[in-house]
Design a protein around this ligand. Structure first.
Ligand code: ADP
Ligand code: MG
Length: 354
């Protein structure tokens, strides 16, 4: 009989958890089970005790229906930890929830996705927050890398794989080859910006103030960055800025296209810049094999086709772009020895600089 090694034994007696801490949605993957938590990144905090009372949909539902000392916080703004303590508690809460029910001997091994272009200080903050939250081992992976792995792109091959991840706060554009990011760009133009573009457009064109939620609804229902076969329409209610009274207007897909045009152009420009800084040999297979969209923004109607026309190469959208990063952290956990090269090295483990 073969005697199992320590790491195999440890695997049996510990939980391995992958976390996609998105600005809009937080997903948790539990090794052996798959995605077990998929919630909006909102936490309800009891201001008296500082403790998290609920996360996600539950936290959002509590808003306005709870005593004054419970407030809702979005701990991540623009993909960066804006509130360290809340983030730490949120991770602790997620780990607790993910590992509840079964007792395991070792503390969980955790893989966390972070936006590309994050600073060393921010990486340390995520690492510390996760460790303080009870993780035994913390591994950090850049989100576009995790998304590429989640979409099963051949990241270890010398061929180039291009990922365009459009989330809530940030978009990450990266070209990956041989397990590393060879060119990338991170910009604060993503789903939230699209929403605020719609709010501004309606205010300027119709002198009506609409809320962020309404804008998001409009974006996901009639928003299309290319002309649609039949025109799409939706009526929205807002406050008339002249009279102060409620007013209703009809918006069309053409309005939304106009509203989103500058942001969509910025996204395409950033994609071009990443292609421009990609080494020529890698560029030729990227052009041949195309780019892959992930994140909620990938679902914006017409976006893949528009990018395809603008950069002159195929652009693919996976079946479930919203879960690509979380699935990627899961694939890493299931086979961590084969993915050590894609993880961001822990500073403490790096050889000293000369
Ligand atoms: P993050 O990784 O930052 O948490 P996600 O990848 O979860 O972000 O994407 C969330 C964003 O995707 C939100 O801004 C949301 O409005 C947008 N989104 C979700 N579905 C659609 C859709 N069908 N069309 C356009 N945008 C969408
Ligand atoms: Mg994301």
């Amino acid at each position: 009989m073969r005697i199992p090694g320590f790491s195999e034994i440890k695997r049996l007696f510990s939980h391995d958890v992958g976390i996609d801490l998105g600005t809009a949605n937080t997903l948790v993957y539990l090794r052996g089970q798959g995605i077990i938590i998929n919630e909006p990144s909102v936490v309800a905090v009891n201001q008296k005790t500082g403790q998290i009372v609920a996360i996600g949909t539950e936290a959002r539902a509590m808003l306005g229906r709870t005593p004054g000392h419970i407030t809702a916080i979005k701990p991540l703004v623009d993909g960066v930890i804006s509130d360290f303590e809340t983030t730490e508690e949120m991770i602790a809460y997620l780990l607790g929830k993910a590992t509840a029910g079964t007792k395991k001997v070792f503390s969980p091994r955790v893989v966390v996705g972070v936006p590309s272009g994050i600073t060393n200080v921010e990486i340390r903050a995520v690492r510390d927050a996760t460790r303080n939250a009870g993780a035994g081992e913390v591994h950090i992976v850049e989100e576009p890398m995790a998304a590429a792995i989640g979409m099963r792109l051949p990241i270890h091959e010398p061929a180039g794989s291009m990922v365009i991840d459009i989330g809530g706060g940030t978009s990450d554009i990266a070209v990956i080859s041989l397990g590393g990011v060879v060119a990338s760009k991170n910009l604060r133009v993503a789903g939230d910006k699209f929403n605020s573009d719609i709010v501004s457009y309606v205010r300027n064109q119709f002198k009506i103030l609409i809320g962020e939620k309404t804008a998001e609804f409009i974006k996901t229902t009639i928003g299309s960055v290319l002309p649609t076969h039949a025109p799409l329409e939706a009526s929205v209610k807002g406050r008339d800025l002249v009279t102060g009274l409620p007013k209703e207007v009809i918006l069309t897909d053409t309005d939304i296209r106009e509203a989103l045009a500058p942001s969509v152009e910025a996204l395409i420009e950033a994609t071009r810049e990443v292609l421009e800084s990609t080494p020529p040999e890698i560029l030729s297979d990227v052009m041949h094999r195309g780019a892959h969209l992930s994140g909620g923004g990938a679902l914006l109607k017409g976006l893949a086709e528009l990018i395809e026309n603008e950069i002159n190469m195929p652009v693919h959208v996976p079946a479930d772009p919203l879960t690509a990063v979380a699935r990627g952290t899961g694939i890493i956990l299931e086979d961590i020895d084969n993915y050590l090269d894609v993880l961001i090295a822990n500073e403490d483990e790096l050889p000293p600089k000369k």
